[in-house]
Design a protein around this ligand. Structure first.
Ligand SMILES: *[C@@H]1O[C@H](CO)[C@@H](O)[C@H](O)[C@H]1NC(C)=O
Ligand SMILES: *[C@@H]1O[C@H](CO)[C@@H](O)[C@H](O)[C@H]1NC(C)=O
Ligand SMILES: *[C@@H]1O[C@H](CO)[C@@H](O)[C@H](O)[C@H]1NC(C)=O
Length: 423
């Protein structure tokens, strides 16, 4: 008995330590180079974010990359050979993760949600988010329907809500679809999704947005990865699936490379150990099949799809696979600018200005993304929305949650009004 308790304690201690130790001595470097060179790094390095040339001082693409101590010299040599300039930004990533955890502990994160409310000063775990959605469904049965379309790889319920004043029965209403947390470590994204639900249902700001539009919101596409990023590895991005014949060392698929649009056409995404691994087949991930099915079920009426990501302050539209524009490229740009402009009005002074543009031109080519697939199957307005990260990236301290959820809501509302003006 005593022995098993001791073992459990040791295990727990190992886990807690592992959260930081893994990144002890890891450094973040800002690297500048031509888009093609930066894009090529993505298969081998953890690119924390990429800054578009339009914003970088060097006129080239800049990426923030994570270098482990043992690989650092090799990569710096590589950058030198390629004549890519670089500067060290963070000396020890483990320190930053430790700081973030301390801040979260001081807020209510470790405690339980207080009654039925939800607050915008802390991050919530998978169970609390799902409980909250169920409670909304019970409290607002005329407006909110909670759907349980399927389970994640590890068996967690992927919930989404349908929000409608007409029970989704008025077939003339356009539908707006929003998803969040495809990438596990981007913790601010479920908070934004929950705030959008809140503004549509609880603290209603504009009845037109639900009387004339229907909404589908999936706050936690990748619950396995999200929980893993909370309890084990703060930098976790992918799902937690094991590929057939795959190894324990390289679990997970990048959900935003797993859609069936030019899937398998990029060598960069074919390595299971890569952070942008596309998976063994398109829609191999149960989480991504849930998103696919929700889109297909609403395709007749879907007018806009936004996938929430962190970070970079960007509205990115198709085609990300080759940098050409869809037939409605101009309208995509106009709607994106409307949303970005609304956000800018509330943005913090220190925030980077939003960039609106074609994903491949602003950054680099990507394949198998939800933004491109949803556009290809016929949703007219589809975006990857990269939220602001300030100087923290996705390691965003909880005191910024309220700012980002509020300003982003204004952008989403502006997008919804733009859709209303067309229909
Ligand atoms: C992106 O894809 C297009 C079309 O395949 C190609 O011409 C272009 O060179 C690629 N760009 C980069 C930066 O790899
Ligand atoms: C709702 O729509 C009506 C009719 O288009 C308009 O007159 C009204 O100002 C709108 N309300 C808001 C809050 O935008
Ligand atoms: C670029 O990709 C899109 C699909 O994403 C395709 O429709 C278009 O034909 C491609 N353009 C070129 C020039 O290859």
């Amino acid at each position: 008995m005593a022995r098993s308790v001791l073992c459990l304690l040791l295990l727990a201690a190992a886990h807690v330590q592992g959260r930081h130790e893994k990144y002890e001595g890891h450094q973040l470097y800002r690297v500048a180079g031509p888009a093609q060179e930066i894009g090529a790094l993505e298969a081998h390095l953890d690119i924390i974010s990429a800054i578009p040339a339009a914003r970088s001082t060097s006129g080239q693409l800049e990426a923030l990359v994570r270098l482990a101590q043992e690989d650092k010299q090799k990569w710096l040599l590589y950058f030198d050979q390629k004549q890519m300039s670089y500067t060290k930004i963070v000396d020890n990533l483990a320190d930053i993760i430790r700081d973030e955890e301390a801040k979260i502990k001081r807020t209510k994160y470790a405690a339980k949600r207080n009654g039925k409310s939800i607050s915008w000063d802390t991050y919530y775990g998978y169970e609390e988010i799902n409980d909250y959605l169920d409670e909304l469904g019970e409290q607002y049965p005329d407006m909110v329907t909670v759907m349980n379309p399927g389970l994640s790889y590890e068996g967690r319920q992927i919930k989404y809500v349908r929000i409608s004043t007409t029970r989704f029965e008025d077939l003339r209403k356009p539908v707006i679809i929003i998803d969040a947390c495809v990438h596990a470590r981007e913790w601010i994204t479920p908070a934004v999704a929950l705030y959008i639900i809140n503004q549509l249902v609880v603290d209603i700001v504009d009845n037109n947005l639900t009387e004339r539009l229907d909404w589908v919101i999936i706050p936690l596409v990748n619950p396995d990865g999200y929980e893993y990023s909370i309890t084990q590895d703060r930098m976790w991005r992918k799902t937690r699936s094991k590929a057939p014949g795959g190894t324990e060392e390289c679990l997970g698929v990048d959900g935003n490379r797993n859609f069936d649009h030019y899937w398998g056409t990029s060598a960069a995404s074919a390595d299971p150990c890569s952070l942008i691994y596309e998976g063994p087949a398109p829609f191999s991930e149960p989480e991504i099949r849930v998103v696919r099915d929700v889109i297909v079920q609403n395709l007749d009426r879907a007018a806009m799809y936004i996938s929430l990501h962190s970070y970079g302050s960007m509205f990115l539209y198709a085609w990300g696979n080759n940098g050409t524009l869809p037939s409605n490229g101009l309208a995509l740009h106009v709607a994106g600018v409307r949303m970005a402009t609304a956000i800018e009005e509330l943005a913090l002074e220190k925030a980077d200005p939003y960039i609106v543009g074609n994903a491949a031109n602003v950054l680099y080519n990507t394949t198998g993304t939800s933004r491109d697939w949803t556009r290809a199957v016929g949703i007219p307005f589809t975006y990857t929305l990269e939220l602001p990260g300030y100087e923290y990236g996705f390691l965003l301290p909880p005191e910024y949650i309220e700012q980002i959820v509020k300003e982003t809501w204004d952008g989403i509302a502006a997008g919804a009004h733009y859709i209303l003006s067309l229909y």
